[in-house]
Write a protein that binds this ligand. Structure first.
Ligand code: BES
Ligand code: MN
Ligand code: ZN
Length: 494
């Protein structure tokens, strides 16, 4: 899908579908006034007659408008003017994008982007618009035997610019939004695939494919022999029970200055988490195919950066394996030695994410990163604490934590800081090893972060627990593409 900024000359433009936002009891504004005039006052009459109430997310399609500037008009409700802001703006955009995509329109003209939105500038208004059309046109890679649904006809979207002075910002917003949509879709595709397709080797092949299609990307894949040589006893203990070979995938994106220290992104890539010998309960176990979404999101973020040619150096390190029970599987009470040299008593084989991440974090040191962010569906406790709205962020650096929280707010892909403190680390004490891999039920998301903290001495580090935000359950089951917008926003300003 192609995006363009349109400043002025709105009356003369022809479109298959014009999108016009209206508040409850509101009037037409901006480009919609000129459009209404060209349509002989039809939109105004519809509003006056009360045929469209303007409730948030409500849409009304007016087709068959003849030879005017628009073959169709889609009215979209903006809700009450009093509660207008970032959230209703984004909801209206998504509803509009979904409705436009249900029509046969090949192009659309979105006037919504010219509305003022409190705390949202022209750049973000345009960026959200591109993201919304990307999100609405996303299709799950379904392995259904019925005929494939036709691809959307919508090929181009123009958005209104409030004033000439906004033109540059809007163009940039559209470009960034489109790139974020590409990255999110990549993340969602990988995460939505079943675990019998999306194996560690599949992820590795995918990453190698990226290197072939983007000249700034280089990929290296390490197998278990190399992991053994590197002393990654902790990562290897997780993969011990499965037949599927583990992979450590290193994707370097070089968009910044040569020699500039990279940002390291470390992703949890457990392609299926059965719990291992500490086997999970059956209900919802299928959702543990999403346990590689941290990996998928760092890959998606790199895709976005590559599409943009963003001026940063990033190295994504993906620890990919399965967590399965078998006669060779790691047992509760087993003690393993991590690449850092620290020993770990594996009290619960279901706390496997931290066991693979700790070795990937240690490995990240060889890139001398200026900062490290790990991304993981790490704990059920995080879902209990924050639900589906915020990812958790824990960090040993206040500036980094603030930067991520701010990027989350700007990109509407929010995270909330949770503590990292010695008191919690004490819960990880072990009688037999340097520490244990679990610290009891209380504060489970924090003790998981405290575990990782033991491996990032001297590094500027943040941990994102995305267990609640990475995917939806229930009827709308599927990956959300989060936290790609957050990561890309952060990296574009890092
Ligand atoms: N992958 C899970 C965390 C998870 C749970 C993600 C629910 C998404 C939804 C992780 O590997 C895990 O099993 N964590 C355990 C840790 C516990 C054994 C300390 C958990 O949260 O129950
Ligand atoms: Mn687990
Ligand atoms: Zn897991």
């Amino acid at each position: 899908m192609e995006f363009q900024a349109q400043a002025g000359a709105a009356r003369r433009a022809r479109t298959d579908c014009a999108v016009v936002g209206v508040h409850e009891r509101g009037e037409l504004g901006g480009d919609a006034v000129a459009l209404d005039r060209a349509l002989g006052g039809r939109l105004g009459r519809i509003l006056k007659a009360g045929d469209f109430a303007g409730r948030l997310g409500e849409t009304l399609l007016l087709p068959d408008l003849g030879a005017g500037p628009a073959a169709r008009v889609l009215l979209v409700g903006l809700g009450s003017a009093k509660s207008w802001g970032r959230r209703p703006y984004r909801r209206a955009l998504l509803a509009a994008a979904q409705a436009v995509l249900r029509t046969p329109a090949r192009d659309a003209w979105v006037t919504l982007t010219a509305h003022a939105v409190p705390d949202v500038d022209a750049y973000y208004r345009a960026r959200y618009a591109a993201e919304a059309f990307g999100q609405a046109s996303y299709k799950v890679p379904a392995l259904k035997s019925a005929r494939k649904p036709a691809p959307p006809r919508l090929a181009s979207v123009r958005v209104s610019v409030a004033g000439r002075g906004d033109l540059v910002a809007v163009r940039r917003g559209l470009e960034h939004g489109a790139a974020i949509a590409v990255g999110s879709a990549t993340t969602r595709d990988l995460a939505n695939l079943p675990a019998n397709v999306c194996t560690p080797s599949y992820l590795a092949k995918f990453a190698q494919g990226l290197a072939r299609s983007h000249r700034r990307i280089r990929t290296r894949v390490l197998g278990e022999t190399e992991m053994k040589r590197l002393g990654m006893g902790s990562l290897l203990s997780v993969t011990a029970g499965t037949e599927e070979p583990a992979r450590l995938i290193v994707i370097e994106y070089r968009g910044g200055k040569a020699g500039e220290a990279p940002v390291a992104l470390v992703g949890k890539g457990v392609t299926f988490d059965s719990g291992g010998i500490s086997l999970k309960d059956p209900p919802g176990m299928d959702e543990m195919k999403f346990d590689m979404t941290g990996a998928a999101s760092v890959i998606g973020a790199v895709c976005s950066l590559a599409v943009l040619g963003a001026p940063v150096n990033v190295v994504a390190i993906v620890a990919a394996c399965e967590n399965m029970p078998s006669g060779r599987a790691t047992k509760p009470g087993d003690i393993v030695r991590s690449m850092s040299g620290q020993t770990i008593e594996v009290l619960n084989t279901d706390a496997e994410g931290r066991l693979i991440l700790c070795d990937a974090l240690t490995y990240s040191r060889r890139f001398k990163p200026r900062l490290v962010i790990d991304v993981a569906t790490l704990t059920g406790a995080c879902v209990v604490a924050l639900g589906a709205h915020n990812s958790a962020v824990m960090s040993n650096d206040d500036g980094l934590a603030d930067g991520l929280v701010a990027a989350g707010r700007r990109s509407a892909d929010t995270c909330w800081r949770m503590p990292l403190a010695e008191e919690y680390s004490e819960q990880l004490k072990s009688n037999f090893a340097d520490f244990a891999n679990v610290g009891g039920r209380d504060g489970g998301a924090v003790t998981a972060a405290c575990f990782l903290w033991k491996f990032v001495d001297g590094l500027k580090w943040a941990h994102l627990d995305i267990a609640g935000t990475a995917y939806q359950t229930g009827a709308a089951k599927g990956a959300t593409g989060r936290p790609v917008p957050l990561l890309v926003d952060f990296l574009l300003s890092a």
